[in-house]
Design a protein around this ligand. Structure first.
Ligand SMILES: C[S@@+](CC[C@H](N)C(=O)[O-])C[C@H]1O[C@@H](n2cnc3c(N)ncnc32)[C@H](O)[C@@H]1O
Length: 273
């Protein structure tokens, strides 16, 4: 991939935060639980199967997939693959590739499972991305893809900042976020603790708040917040989707056993090809 592809900010982010969200680093099964809850898959069914993970970032889910004993092929367009290699390169069942979803160097119909979380809203053409991904799954294979839910993501105050912040060079924006988060996060945490309306109040402050994860140690909470606040503000593309649109795409591809569930600010679509 050319160094200046549209995902340069992701490469920067994941090399700054190579370990932050890895369960082996946090000592808690946060990524494992999310992968299992969203996909509904079990380690027993993944073992020995060919799994394609697209947009793997620093590899928080790559680690879990490798631990399941699956034959994992993990792809990212950005230099995040170097962070993933440093953390997960020791797994003999991992093949790591820097490539775009639009130009994957694999034959169609060649994977048993497809996992793509946190990615498609950040691509230039979300419908094309969704439909391209499904091509690589064999008929009868299972997929799990998530995307920002339009009704939750559009009314967020970060949308007022993004027209500016997405144009700022990654290192400069990161330095700004690192200064802003220690000021804004305590306020956001206080607001989110207000009974009943807390989560709505906290949304007024444009800082990522992981109160729901119960990160007790302040340093860890700050690291996660810097990472995800940068992740909100820096991407060139952020294109949240409606449930209706996902459902239409699934129908056009004749996907089977499809479910679309809302998990916090995301729609998770899963099923079988
Ligand atoms: C928000 S990160 C999510 C990373 C990881 N899935 C996670 O949840 O931690 C989105 C990732 O998608 C990658 N990405 C964006 N467009 C892509 C494309 N066309 N092909 C492959 N990866 C892409 C970015 O480089 C980035 O690492």
């Amino acid at each position: 991939m050319p160094r200046d592809n549209y995902a340069e900010g992701f490469g920067y982010q994941w090399n700054q935060h190579r370990l932050t969200q890895l369960d082996s680093h946090s000592g808690r099964p946060i990524s494992r639980n999310r992968l299992m809850n969203q996909s509904g898959w079990t380690f027993a069914e993944l073992r020995g199967k060919k799994v394609l993970e697209c947009g793997s970032g620093a590899g928080r889910f790559t680690e879990v997939l490798c631990e399941s004993g699956a034959e994992v092929t993990s792809v990212d367009i950005s230099s995040a693959v170097h962070a993933n290699a440093a953390s997960n390169g020791h797994f003999p069942n991992l093949r790591l590739v820097q490539a775009s979803i639009y130009e994957l160097p694999f034959p169609a119909d060649s994977f048993d499972f497809l996992f793509c979380c946190g990615v498609i809203q950040h691509t230039p053409d979300v419908e094309r991305t969704f439909k391209t991904l499904l091509r690589y799954l064999r008929p009868g294979g299972r997929f799990c893809i998530d995307v920002y839910a339009a009704p939750i993501a559009y009314p967020h105050p970060r949308q007022l900042l993004r027209p500016i912040t997405k144009r700022v060079p990654p290192a400069k924006l990161y330095a700004f976020v690192e200064k802003a988060v220690p000021v804004l996060l305590p306020l956001s945490l206080k607001l989110s603790a207000v009974p009943l309306v807390g989560p709505c109040l906290a949304r007024l402050v444009p800082v990522a708040n992981h109160r729901h994860l119960g990160l007790t140690d302040t340093e860890t909470a700050l690291r996660w917040s810097v990472l995800d606040t940068f992740d909100w503000l820096s991407p060139r593309y952020e294109k949240p989707q409606t449930r209706r649109r996902l459902s239409r795409w699934a129908g056009e591809l004749a996907l089977r056993e499809v479910s679309i569930e809302r998990h916090r600010g995301l729609y998770v679509i899963r099923g079988m090809r």
